[in-house]
Every structure is written in structure tokens, then in C-alpha cells.
Design a protein around this ligand. Structure first.
Ligand code: COA
Length: 389
């Protein structure tokens, strides 16, 4: 039975910072950000645009057009995030309510830095294989925050990708055989008391590349990486240079024509990510959407490799096959319009939004709606409870 991604969509805040403005403000040559890091803009969320709101907004698009009967087949909702809103209650439960999903389902949140979305996708695929007729909704949502003036500031961003996983999927069927790797490292983490991530950036790049090399080698020895078959290879993209380094590490190992094809497709796979920045656990899946919507040369039955990496660290190299008619399930015009309609922030606006915070003393805080046109937003906290519209 084929199992995989049946529907997919992304949501990102309606404001961004142009990285040329950031470079000027920080006294850096803009080409360091545009070329050296490989990013152009980063999404800036307001307080109302937390991972619940962004995740529900992405999922709302995925659910569009589904009948109530079809929705009732969703037996599992997973929110994968590093930016959870509560230490106990799963953010997925807020999303569950906002989407008005059936009560008869499992609803959980999972975490492993930028890998969690893949853990969610694979758990969902196994769930669908084990429960005939069932579907699973997976949301990867994150806010990447490193801090004003920090080394990682240029690699921030925010957004969510929602995926419906089902049997006989219309977009990408997933192969059951993948290569996974776990190894405890301290390359990127965020202590419970901190709203900003800690990162050893260069060390993280090193671990990312080492783990990619290891899963690639193992996949090759298992006969999974026949590059002639592989029409595209996607990477976790915390910033596009990172994925580019991963791809470049293959240059001397694969035939030039294959490397050229994978490189051309890589350029299409980073179009959206360059515009919104790091989405942590959603980044790989934003790259998948970017590839499918921006590349006109892919065809049904093309095989795609996906390299997922989450600091801490877990890596997985897995594969999927494009399904016929996959184009009909995409929303290129809608996603491009969402990006084009965003408001460009000045540096002072960005710094002011970045410095906003929720009250922590249990008092009431009404939160200005950052995007009234979006379906969902955090509207208030009171008595330490969160309220959404
Ligand atoms: N024009 C073009 N390229 C330039 C440049 C210029 N004017 N100035 C610098 N560069 C290049 C550098 O050569 C370097 O390229 P390389 O990576 O290919 O060697 C790149 O820009 C970055 O410059 P560097 O000085 O090494 O960057 P940095 O010390 O500011 O750190 C990160 C960059 C990405 C490591 C940092 O932003 C970070 O830590 N981000 C967090 C990332 C993270 O932790 N991710 C974890 C999840 S995987």
C-alpha cells in the first residue's frame, strides 16, 4: 500500500525584515548574508502569531475542500515544534480546537529540534499503515529566535508547514526504508528558561555534514542512493548555504550530470526558504513545497531524497516518489501571493516586535492582532491561559 503526503501547505507571518537592512544595521557586508549565508529576508512574527496560530493557519489550507466525513478519518494530529507554548499541554490541542477536528483522535506534540517534523511524518505514515483508511495531520511549526545582535540573528525566521498523510497519497509516496542516526551533541539547544536558542554555529555545521555523510554512506551501501534515479535531493535548510554545503559534499562522489541536475533542482528548493528564513522543523518541508511549486521539470514517478537533520542530534535520509497529478494539490499562486503581500519592516519596527513579550504574572494581556486576515491568532492570555480566535 502506498502511504505518504496527500496535501501540503505553509503559512508564514505577514511581516519580514530585509537582510540588506539587517546587514547595514549590524555593519556587515550585505553579500555575507545574501551569498555567504544564502538568505534574503526573514519572517518576523508578532505575539499573536505563535506556533499554534501559524500551524492552524497552514492546516486550515490543507483541510480546505475536505468533507466532514473525510475530516473524521483523521485519527492522529501531531504538532512538531521547538517553540512550544506550554510545558505540559500539547500545542496540538489548541490546534485541534481551532480546526474543529473530531474528538476521537490522538493529539500530541513532539520535539527534537529541527528533526521533529520528520519524526512526525514517519510516525504518521506508520499510523496510516497500521490503521486502514485512517489519515494523520502533521504540522511542523517554529519560530527561530537567536537574539538581537547575536551571531545567529541572520538565521531567524518563522512559519509552519501542514501535511495530510494518507494511503494512496496525491503528492509524495514515502518509501518505508530509510537511514536514521542518533548521536548526542550540544550544537544547538534552548534551555527551558530561555526564549532564545543557544548555538555553536560552526560545530553545528560540522555535525550536520558528518551526519549527512554517514547516512549517505549507509544508504549507498543499502542500494538506496542510486543517484541516476534520484531527480532531486532536499536538505534541512536552516539557511540555504547549509543545504548547499551538504549537496557540495557529494560533488566528487557522483557523476557530473547527476550533480548538475541535483544542483539545478536545489536552486528551486530554496526559493521560499530564502524569503522566510529558518523554520527549524518545518524547513525541510518548506523546501519540498518550494521545489514542487517552483520547478516545472519534475514529473510523476520521479524519486526524491530528503535529508532531515535536527541538532542534538538526529538525522534521517529518506525517499519518496512523486504521484501523478501532484501539481493539482499545490498552491503556487496562493503561496507566492502570501509572500508578495507581506509588509517590509524597518529595523526599529523589527527590534520593537522582537522585544515584545507576554506577561508571565497571570494578569490579563490583550494581544494586538498581527494579521486580521489570517484565520487564527493568539488573542489574549489571562490567568496563564491562552485564548485564540
Ligand atoms: N561575501 C560573500 N560571502 C561572505 C562574505 C561576503 N562579503 N563575508 C562572509 N562570507 C561567507 C563566509 O566566507 C562564510 O562562508 P562559508 O560558510 O562557506 O565558509 C559565510 O559567509 C558565513 O560567514 P562566517 O563569518 O563564517 O559566519 P558567522 O561566523 O557569522 O556564522 C552561522 C554564520 C550560520 C554559523 C551563524 O549565523 C549561526 O550560528 N547561525 C545559527 C545556525 C545554527 O545554529 N543552526 C543550527 C541548526 S542546523
Amino acid at each position: 500500500m502506498k502511504v505518504g503526503i496527500d496535501r501540503i501547505a505553509f503559512s508564514t507571518p505577514n511581516r519580514y525584515l530585509d537582510l540588506v537592512d539587517l546587514a547595514h544595521a549590524r555593519g556587515v557586508d550585505p553579500n555575507k548574508y545574501l551569498i555567504g549565508i544564502g538568505q534574503s529576508k526573514m519572517a518576523v512574527p508578532t505575539l499573536s502569531q505563535d506556533i499554534v496560530a501559524m500551524g492552524a493557519n497552514a492546516a486550515q489550507e490543507v483541510l480546505k475542500g475536505l468533507s466532514d466525513d473525510e475530516k473524521s478519518l483523521i485519527g492522529l494530529l501531531i504538532v512538531a515544534t521547538e517553540s512550544g507554548v506550554d510545558q505540559s499541554k500539547a500545542s496540538a490541542l489548541f490546534v485541534h480546537e481551532l480546526l474543529n477536528l473530531t474528538a476521537s483522535m490522538r493529539t500530541i506534540e513532539i520535539k527534537e529540534a529541527c528533526y521533529a517534523g520528520t519524526a512526525g511524518l514517519q510516525l504518521a505514515a506508520d499510523f496510516v499503515r497500521a490503521h486502514a483508511g485512517a489519515k494523520a495531520l502533521v504540522i511542523a511549526a517554529d519560530i527561530a529566535r537567536y537574539g538581537l545582535g547575536s551571531g545567529g540573528e541572520v538565521t531567524q525566521g518563522a512559519g509552519a508547514v501542514a501535511m495530510m498523510v494518507s494511503a494512496n497519497p496525491h503528492i509524495l509516496s514515502l518509501e518505508e526504508h530509510s537511514v536514521v542516526l542518533s548521536r548526542s551533541t550540544d550544537d544547538f539547544w534552548r534551555p527551558n528558561y530561555s526564549t532564545e536558542a543557544c548555538a555553536k554555529g560552526k560545530y553545528s555545521e560540522q555535525v550536520y555534514l558528518e551526519m549527512f555523510a554517514q547516512v549517505w554512506r549507509e544508504a549507498k551501501s543499502l542500494g538506496l542512493t542510486s543517484v541516476g534515479d534520484l531527480q532531486a535531493l532536499l536538505f534541512h535548510i536552516p539557511f540555504s548555504k547549509m543545504g548547499r554545503k551538504g549537496l557540495r559534499s557529494l560533488e566528487s562522489m557522483i557523476p557530473p550530470a547527476d550533480y548538475e541536475r541535483l544542483t539545478a533542482r536545489f536552486e528551486k528548493a530554496i526559493v521560499y526558504g530564502r524569503e522566510v528564513g529558518n523554520l527549524y522543523t518545518a524547513s525541510l518541508y518548506l523546501s519540498l513545497i518550494s521545489l514542487l511549486e517552483q520547478d516545472d521539470s519534475l514529473r510523476a514517478n520521479d524519486r526524491i531524497g530528503l535529508f532531515s537533520y535536527g541538532s542534538g542530534s538526529v538525522a534521517e535520509l529518506f525517499f519518496g516518489t512523486l504521484q501523478s497529478g501532484y501539481n493539482d494539490r499545490l498552491n503556487r499562486a496562493g503561496h507566492e501571493a502570501m509572500l508578495a503581500a507581506r509588509q517590509r519592516l524597518s529595523m526599529s519596527e523589527y527590534e520593537s516586535i522582537f522585544s515584545d513579550s507576554l506577561v508571565v504574572d497571570g494578569s490579563r494581556q490583550d494581544i494586538e492582532d498581527g494579521d486580521p486576515a489570517a484565520p487564527h491568532a493568539l488573542s489574549r492570555i489571562e490567568g496563564h491561559e491562552r485564548f485564540y480566535r
